[in-house]
Every structure is written in C-alpha cells, then in structure tokens.
Design a protein around this ligand. Structure first.
Ligand SMILES: Cc1cc2nc3c(=O)[nH]c(=O)nc-3n(C[C@H](O)[C@H](O)[C@H](O)COP(=O)(O)OP(=O)(O)OC[C@H]3O[C@@H](n4cnc5c(N)ncnc54)[C@H](O)[C@@H]3O)c2cc1C
Length: 413
C-alpha cells in the first residue's frame, strides 16, 4: 500500500512589528511606526479597502494629525465634503447639533470621505517608506506563542499559509477580532439595544446636504453622502429584523420615506431584502489590552457603536498614542508588558468616557424615543437650539474627543 505524505512548507517572514488589520487603527499605526524607522508589516484580510460598512467621517483631530504629518494639503485635494455645522432632523425640524467653527484645530470641520479613499491615501504614503509593508489578502488565523510570549501570527493567503514573526504584534482587526480571541483576553460587553440595517439608495445633486441623522419617535435614519449614492443606515431595536421583514418591503420603504421624503422616487430601488444588510452593533472593552508581545488597539480593544460617529477617531488616536509611546523602544528591540500597558493606561479613560456617552445615547436618545413620544423636540435638543454656545460641547466630543493625541516628531527617529 502506498501512502501519500503531504509536506506543508510554511513560508516565514521576520519583522519588528506585525499589525493585524488594515482599518484606520492598523494603517495609521503602520504608517507611524514605519515613519519612525520601525520595520512593520500590516496584514489585511481583504483584497482592497472597499468595505461598505465602514464609516466615512474624518474628524478635525485626525485632520490636525494630517497637518502635523505634513499630509493635509494633499489630503484635502481628495474628493470630500466639509461640514462646519452638523444638523439633525428631529421630528421633521432641522436643528443644529454641533458647531465645529470654534474648535482649536487647523480644520474647523468634519470631512466626509469614503473610508476606502482615506485608507488608500494613507497607505499610498506609507508604501513610500522603506520600513512599511502591506500584505493584502492575508487573514490572520492564529497567534504564535512561545512560553507566555506572543512571537508572531499565522495567516492564510491565496498562496498558502504564512508565519510572520515580530517583537510586537498589534491587534487592530476590529470588533470581531481574531487576535483578542486567540490571546484569551476577557471582554466586557455593554448591552446595545440596537442594530443597523445598511443599504444604498441613489443620490441626486438636488438632494439636501449631509446631516447628523433623522430622528423621529424612536427611530433613527442616517444618510452618508457618497456622491452618486447615499449609504443609508436604518436603526432598529435589536433582534427585530425578522419582524420588519414580515411587515413587507413596501412598509419598510414607507418608513424610509417618512424620514426623508425626498427619497420617495427612489426607495423602490430596495426591491429585495438581499439589498438590505443587517449590521449588529456592539459596545465592548477588553479588561487587558496587552500581554507579552501583544497589544490590541481600536475596535479590537474596544468595539464602538456608530453613535456620534466617533469610533474612527478613537481608533486613530489609539494608533498615535501607540507609536508615540513605543516607537523609540521598539526600534531597538522588544518592548515590555509595562511599556505596552502604558498605551492602555493612556487610552482607557477617553474610551470609557466615549463608550459611556454611546450607552447613554442608545438608552435615552435612540431607544428612549421608541416609547412613541411625539414631543416636537427633546429637551437637550431644544437647549442646543436656544443656546448656540452649547453646540461647542458636542463639537468638541465628536470633532476632537477627550485627550487628543499629537504626532511626536521625536518618535520619527
Ligand atoms: C454600521 C456602523 C457605522 C459606523 N459609522 C461610523 C462613522 O460614521 N464614524 C465613526 O467614527 N465610526 C463609525 N463606526 C465605528 C467605526 O467603524 C469603528 O469604530 C472603526 O472602524 C474602528 O477602526 P479599527 O481600525 O479599529 O477597526 P476596523 O475599521 O474594523 O478595521 C479592522 C480591519 O481589520 C481587518 N481584519 C479583520 N480580521 C482580520 C484578520 N483576522 N486578519 C487580517 N485582517 C483582519 C478588517 O478587514 C478591517 O480592515 C461605525 C460602526 C458601525 C458598526
């Protein structure tokens, strides 16, 4: 009897820092480490950045970083929209929510830009740096652990398995993180009572401008302007998608029209439930963001809900703090757990604060309204309308966030 013996040869790469995930946190961390002269490999499981579910907001604090990095002028040449004031449509009335014009930042606006354009822009600059490598279609499936230390990752590629070893692995692989699961990190979940139905509806040049969202008696509808179409997000109570389906597509189309009447002539584009994706929303946080050889940042360390549109900003701020705190040491070799935990110590309280705010928004603003209250404007919204100065508070929270990070040129070697 002849037995076939298959020998698997696993290719191995060696670098200083392995970043898992090419989202805002991963690409920014990779760029900053490479800029500081730390050899870095970023691994992204998809073949491109064209993911629909990503948010589109580039915050004033991120634009400030682009300025500090010398990339702002070129960045602003990419197609985008600038929103100096964010308005929401609450029970049919347009109300101002946030005024960015008084922020102490170079750009006093939120730039709306499809996230793939942002990631393509940043990664194209990163690729000019000799220390930077981006491997697309490379999905991390496991961690390599020796003793108690994480020494690299194992990944699947179209050409077979790959091992990438490094002094530090950074988990930036988002809210369904393989890295934090494989590391055995404990996760604390904060119940989120909503999910989002995500879909595209074509856009006309005559349509109203980008807003913060349409709030109406317990329901929220968000439209992101992507030039020739709207990326629409319909917020529903968690677990109710089947009920909505049972009511039928035409009822769902009517619901959309009740928020945004200008879509009446186009909602029929949603002629099949396959065009409507269910996105489950989570808010959670790791107890420990690190162990020997491994650090999680961004949604991998703390999944954010879309509320307030702040998750991208927080992910980028984590990346900047990571590079500021670790680049110098990592250039010369491994970093200790104490060094890694400094990142958690620095970023945990801003995260707690923002997540607390998101939980509050879900309980009081989104689901609070599900009670069916028909009051014309909630009290907080009325305050924002009456006292313009108060609009600087949401502007600061959304546009900059607590503890904004700045690029330390010293860590650039
Ligand atoms: C419906 C929805 C809308 C949102 N809208 C906004 C918004 O408008 N503004 C805002 O600020 N925030 C928004 N958020 C939150 C925001 O998307 C996240 O907080 C932010 O994307 C986190 O960035 P990140 O880089 O940590 O993770 P992600 O953006 O999730 O990036 C993770 C990357 O890792 C890759 N990856 C995953 N697993 C692996 C693996 N095993 N191997 C290799 N690669 C892997 C993924 O493909 C992805 O590219 C929204 C969230 C949701 C759910």
């Amino acid at each position: 009897m002849i037995r076939a013996i298959r020998v698997f040869v696993v290719e191995t790469l060696q670098t200083r820092c392995v970043v898992v995930g090419g989202g805002p946190a991963g690409i920014m961390a990779g760029y900053l480490f490479a800029r500081a002269g730390v050899p870095v490999v970023v691994l992204e499981k998809h073949a491109d950045f064209f993911r629909d579910f990503r948010g589109d907001t580039i915050h004033p604090s991120t634009l400030q970083l682009m300025y500090e990095l010398g990339l702002l002028d070129e960045f602003l040449k990419q197609p985008h929209q600038e929103l100096r004031e964010l308005r929401a449509i609450v029970n049919g009335q347009s109300v101002p929510v946030a005024d960015f014009t008084k922020l102490p930042t170079r750009c006093k606006f939120i730039a709306f830009m499809p996230q793939w354009d942002f990631l393509n822009f940043l990664s194209s600059h990163a690729k000019r740096l000799p220390a930077f490598q981006l491997q697309m279609e490379t999905e991390v499936i496991d961690l390599l652990i020796e003793g108690s230390r994480v020494v690299g990752v194992r990944a699947k590629t179209p050409n077979g398995d790959l091992e990438i070893r490094g002094d530090l692995v950074i988990g930036a692989d988002g809210r369904h993180s393989t890295v934090h699961t494989r590391a055995g990190f404990q996760l604390r979940e904060f119940g989120v009572p909503i999910d989002v139905l995500w879909m595209r509806i074509s856009r006309k040049q005559s349509d109203p401008k980008q807003t913060f969202g349409f709030f109406q008696q317990g329901k929220l509808f968000v439209l992101l302007d992507r030039d020739d179409y709207w990326q629409a997000g319909f917020v529903i109570p968690k677990g109710r998608f089947d009920e909505i389906k049972a009511r039928g597509l035409s009822q769902f189309q009517n619901d959309i029209v009740s928020f945004a009447g200008f879509l009446r002539d186009r909602v029929s584009e949603l002629d099949d439930w396959s065009k409507i994706k269910l996105l489950t929303v989570q808010i959670n946080r790791l107890r420990n963001w690190c162990r020997e050889g491994l650090l999680c940042i961004g949604d991998s360390a703390h999944a954010m809900s879309p509320a307030g549109g702040v998750g991208i900003n927080l992910a980028i701020q984590d990346a900047v703090a990571t590079a500021n705190l670790l680049a110098d040491k990592l250039r010369n070799g491994p970093v200790s757990v104490d060094d890694l935990s400094k990142v958690q110590m620095r970023r945990e309280w801003p995260t707690r604060l923002i997540q607390g705010m998101q939980v509050f928004i879900h309980r009081r603003v989104v689901t609070g309204a599900t009670s069916g209250s028909k009051s014309s404007l909630p009290f907080v919204v009325r305050l924002l309308k009456w006292f313009p100065v108060l609009r600087q508070i949401p502007a600061r929270l959304i546009g900059i966030g607590p503890r904004p990070e700045h690029f330390h040129s010293a860590s650039a070697g």
